[in-house]
Design a protein around this ligand. Structure first.
Ligand SMILES: N[C@@H](CCC(=O)N[C@@H](CS)C(=O)NCC(=O)O)C(=O)O
Length: 212
C-alpha cells in the first residue's frame, strides 16, 4: 500500500493514524504541492490523499481508506460512534482552517520543498482565504472563536485513549483536527483534550507538527 499525501493534510492523517493503530506498514509518498501530474497520472484529477492498494487500485476517499485498512486483519475501530462528535468535527474544520492553512507553509514541510511548490500553495490558497498576513493578524480573534469548541470537546471526551471510551471512527474524525490545530502557537487545549491528544499521538508514534 502506498499513500500519496501532504504532511499537513488532516485527511491523510486519518489514514496514517489508522495504519499506525493497526501496526501496519504504510509506504508514504509526499507529493509536492505543484505536482498535479502525479495525482492526475494516478486518478485523473488533482486530489490528496490517494491510497494505492497492493493490487494497484487507487482509492480516493479517506474514510474508505480507513475502513479498508481497518479491515485488514482484526478490525480495531469498532467502538460506538456519537453524532455529536461528527457534528463537532464538521463545525470545527471551518474554524481551524483560517488558523492552520497559513501556518503550514511556514513549518518546513516536504510538500513545500521547492519555491515553486510553496508559491503554488500560496497562489491557490490566497484565492480561497485572501491575504495570509491579514488573516494572521486576526489570530487572536480566531483563537477566541475556537475556544468554546475546544471546551465542548473537553466535555465530550470519555477517555484519554479513545474519545468514546473504545477506539472508533470518531477518533479518526477528531485526532487529525487536533494535530492541525496544534500548529497554532498559544492555542490552549483544555486538560482532557490535551491529555487525549498527547496520549493518542504517543500511542501511534507521531510527534506533533511544529507550532508557529
Ligand atoms: N473526499 C476526499 C476529500 C479529499 C480532499 O478534499 N482533499 C483536498 C486536500 S485535504 C484536496 O485534494 N485539495 C485539492 C488540492 O490540494 O489542490 C477525502 O476525504 O479523501
Amino acid at each position: 500500500m502506498r499513500l500519496y499525501m501532504f504532511e499537513h493534510c488532516s485527511l491523510c492523517f486519518r489514514v496514517r493514524m489508522t495504519a499506525a493503530i493497526k501496526r501496519l506498514h504504510l509506504q508514504e509518498t509526499v507529493v509536492l504541492d505543484d505536482d498535479s501530474d502525479t495525482m492526475i497520472r494516478l486518478v485523473g484529477k488533482r486530489v490528496i490523499p490517494i491510497l494505492v492498494k497492493d493490487d494497484g487500485e487507487p482509492m480516493l476517499e479517506s474514510m474508505d481508506m480507513v475502513a479498508y485498512i481497518d479491515g485488514l486483519g482484526e478490525p480495531v475501530l469498532i467502538g460506538s460512534q456519537r453524532p455529536e462528535i461528527a457534528a463537532w468535527a464538521e463545525k470545527v474544520v471551518a474554524k481551524t482552517a483560517p488558523l492552520t492553512m497559513l501556518r503550514y507553509p511556514l513549518l518546513g514541510l516536504p510538500e513545500f520543498g521547492t519555491v515553486a511548490a510553496l508559491d503554488h500553495y500560496h497562489v491557490r490558497k490566497r484565492k480561497t482565504f485572501g491575504d495570509f498576513v491579514e488573516l494572521r493578524a486576526n489570530t487572536r480573534l480566531q483563537m477566541q472563536a475556537l475556544t468554546p469548541d475546544l471546551e465542548q470537546l473537553d466535555g465530550l471526551i470519555e477517555s484519554r485513549s479513545a474519545v468514546n471510551g473504545a477506539l472508533s471512527l470518531d477518533d479518526i474524525r477528531v485526532l487529525p483536527l487536533l494535530r492541525s490545530a496544534a500548529v497554532v502557537k498559544g492555542l490552549r487545549f483544555p486538560p482532557k483534550v490535551r491529555d487525549y491528544f498527547e496520549m493518542m499521538m504517543d500511542r501511534i508514534g507521531y510527534a506533533p507538527l511544529p507550532a508557529i
